[in-house]
Design a protein around this ligand. Structure first.
Ligand code: GAR
Length: 188
């Protein structure tokens, strides 16, 4: 049994989609959902899904062992960042070496790095009149969006698209691919 923790900062629609994908797979359990904001909607989803949750502050995350201790308490083996916007500190990366994956809503290395998250990414892609965007699923290292890439998928951008419609296209790709790529990364 692989026990998975999901970190999210906001809505958590990917977290829910991942939880639903793994719900009927006996070798996997979504065992904990963690958020860095007490009002993050992902916490409501965790409650509805009957998954334990844990909230921490940015400072606790960066300067203490609280989060690592919580992960140990729940015997977590693998971590998924799904719409999680904080930089992961090195103590956590070292404790889960090659066992943390993130999804980024663009084709890295383009549109990555600090400040490039959520709608900021889609606004920049549209402003630059790109003709395609996509998703990148990658291992997490100490630099934003620079870990080894596991998978990318593309979507076309039409002249009618705006940041909102692009975000919807990206979410569709995320829901389709992220759970199975997580499963593959765990199975190795
Ligand atoms: C997702 O599109 C994800 O790729 C993005 O935030 C969104 C969260 O949506 N992540 C980043 O921008 C990370 N740099 P959700 O909360 O509905 O899953």
């Amino acid at each position: 049994m692989t026990r998975i923790a999901i970190f999210a900062s906001g809505s958590g629609s990917n977290a829910q989609n991942i939880a639903e994908y793994f719900a009927d797979k006996n070798e996997f359990s979504i065992s904990l959902i963690l958020a860095n904001k007490p009002d993050a909607y992902v916490l409501n989803r965790a409650k509805n899904l009957n998954i334990p949750s844990f909230v921490f502050t940015n400072k606790e995350f960066q300067t203490s062992e609280i989060v690592i201790n919580k992960l140990k308490e729940h015997k977590i083996d693998f971590i998924v960042l799904a719409g999680f916007l904080l930089k992961v500190p090195s103590n956590l990366i070292n404790a889960f070496n090659n066992k943390i994956v993130n999804i980024h809503p663009a084709l890295l290395p383009n549109y990555g790095g600090k400040g490039m998250y959520g709608m900021n990414v889609h606004n920049s892609v549209i402003e630059n009149k790109e003709t395609e965007s996509g998703i990148t699923i990658h291992y997490v290292n100490e630099n934003y969006d620079e870990g080894q890439i596991i998978f990318q998928a593309k979507t076309l951008i039409t002249p009618n698209d705006d940041a909102e419609s692009l975000a919807s296209k990206i979410h569709i790709l995320e829901y389709k691919y992220f759970p199975e790529i997580i499963e593959g990364a765990i199975r190795g």
